[in-house]
Write a protein that binds this ligand. Structure first.
Ligand SMILES: CC(C)(COP(=O)(O)OP(=O)(O)OC[C@H]1O[C@@H](n2cnc3c(N)ncnc32)[C@H](O)[C@@H]1OP(=O)(O)O)[C@@H](O)C(=O)NCCC(=O)NCCS
Length: 181
């Protein structure tokens, strides 16, 4: 959807995914394709076509992720989609962070907490759902640290996970462990 939401959380800025970002996103996503449920290689034309359709889809909000210290650099993307304002349920996913550009741990976690907080407070969503591959340890860690819990087994290779307003974890990992651990 063509939107103008901008949301900051932790170290990250979430801003509208722009046309200039989509080629970099395509290449990043292709490098990380084994971690997604849809594993196909995405071609340049298919990406352009997808973006055009995305802009017309009112229930899909895609963000570019950047670091507050270097806001011009595209670090990755995250989306809230299948937004149902009636039942107040939405899906969060398509999370990807370019570790070659920024190796700091937890950028994806900041983006995940940010988009969930945005969904609850700005969109008025009550429940966020997602599907992740069981083999994807990194997203399982990221999502459970953000406050998602496993709500179902999607078969041999995926988990259904969900989060409510009250399960969102706004504590910093260091706060939980105590300063200096
Ligand atoms: C998932 C993702 C967004 C998380 O980014 P992030 O918040 O910056 O977190 P990191 O990737 O730095 O690491 C998360 C944890 O996974 C661990 N990890 C890193 N690489 C790993 C690997 N290959 N296998 C298992 N665990 C790994 C990290 O050590 C860290 O754990 P720790 O904090 O206990 O040390 C990012 O890893 C990514 O883009 N992954 C590829 C795309 C993807 O899987 N998307 C989700 C599709 S549903």
């Amino acid at each position: 959807m063509r939107h103008s939401h901008r949301y900051e959380y932790g170290r990250v800025i979430l801003s509208p995914l722009e046309e200039k970002d989509i080629e970099e996103l395509r290449q990043l996503r292709n490098r990380q394709k084994e971690y997604f449920l849809t594993k196909g290689e995405i071609g340049e034309e298919a990406q352009k076509k997808w973006y055009k359709l995305y802009l017309e889809n009112d229930s899909d909000i895609m963000f570019r992720i950047s670091h507050r210290d270097k806001p011009d650099i595209f670090l990755g993307a995250i989306a809230v989609y299948n937004i149902d304002y009636g039942s107040r349920v939405a899906e969060v996913g398509r999370t990807v962070v370019d570790k070659e550009k920024n190796a700091e741990a937890g950028i994806g976690l900041d983006a995940t907490k940010g988009i969930c907080l945005f969904s609850f407070t700005v969109l008025g969503i009550e429940k966020i759902v997602a599907t992740i591959l069981k083999s994807n340890e990194r997203i399982l860690k990221t999502d459970t640290r953000a406050g998602f819990y496993i709500s179902g087994d999607g078969g041999d290779n995926s988990y259904a996970i969900e989060m409510t307003r009250t399960s969102l974890n706004l504590f910093d990992r260091l706060d939980i462990r105590g300063n200096g651990r």
